[in-house]
Design a protein around this ligand. Structure first.
Ligand SMILES: [Zn+2]
Length: 271
């Protein structure tokens, strides 16, 4: 069902949803992908429809989901993540803010990049805001759905946590109980992937039962697990850690996902 500007904002549920061109996946995440002169990247908007290798100018966007104030609340968090993390973690000047360590207690003994200067609660708001936006999308991701209960939990969490004040990003602190009700996730980055041309933005259910979901937002790959419960006593996943981190993905894993997508679109695998 398509939305109109007289509908209520899906986030605050108070103001009219007059905002147009809301990015479902934050636009700044596609910047590096678009820097590539040949624009050999791809953005796949609809998992089951053919839209492959389209030289996109930006990430998918949609009208009348949000009110302008809620759009602004999301942009505060996006700007923070862009400035404190994405635009810094590969810049030598900031290297000491992003130490690497071997996996240890972390999932599968993977290497981890610690985001020492990044507030983990803002990373959580950022990640869950992407999941929520993709899930409420009517136009771009009609095949990606999560349960009504889960959607309500996500909305409540975001509405409480996203500040109206750009100077204080977590005005309303979110209790751990609320976070525990949300699907745990892991964030991966592949540092071996130097070829921006094979980066991509996509959203898909990861298994047939909808227990897992995968959102690739250019350099960030986020896996959600709807079946498992969060466990803050054994903080193995990115969502549970009291310190922000991302896990490192080997190149073969990155290529595996790309090849899965290529296969679905009838393309030969990458060499
Ligand atoms: Zn709103």
């Amino acid at each position: 069902m398509s939305r109109s500007p007289s509908d209520l904002c899906l986030l605050c549920q108070k103001e009219p949803a007059t905002q147009t061109n809301s990015h479902l996946i934050p636009r700044f995440l596609s910047a590096k992908m678009l820097l590539n002169a040949t624009k050999q990247h791809f953005i796949i908007s609809r998992p089951l429809l053919l839209k492959y290798d389209v030289p996109a100018q930006s990430t998918p966007k949609e009208n009348f989901l949000l009110c302008p104030n809620c759009e602004k609340r999301l942009s505060f968090v996006e700007r923070y993540i862009a400035n404190m993390f994405i635009n810094r973690y590969q810049v030598s000047q900031y290297a000491s803010d992003f130490p690497e360590s071997s996996g240890g207690v972390y999932l599968n003994e993977r290497k981890v990049i610690h985001l020492n200067q990044v507030d983990p609660s803002i990373v959580r708001l950022f990640v869950y805001s992407i999941l929520w936006r993709v899930a409420v999308s009517h136009e771009h991701y009609p095949n990606f759905n999560i349960s009504a209960d889960r959607l309500k939990e996500l909305r409540n969490y975001l509405d409480k946590g996203l500040s109206y004040n750009g100077a204080n990003l977590t005005e309303n602190t979110t209790s751990p109980t609320t976070i525990e009700a949300l699907p745990p996730y892991n964030i991966f980055i592949c540092l071996e992937n130097k070829e921006q041309g094979i980066n991509f933005v996509t959203v898909r259910d990861f298994d047939e039962n909808g227990n897992e979901a995968f959102i690739a937002a250019n350099e960030l790959h986020i896996y959600f697990n709807f079946k498992r419960k969060s466990d803050f006593t054994k903080p193995q996943r990115s969502s549970e850690s009291t310190k922000a981190h991302v896990k490192l993905s080997p190149l073969w894993e990155w290529e595996y996902h790309i090849n899965q997508i290529r296969k679905a679109y009838g393309k030969p695998p990458l060499k």
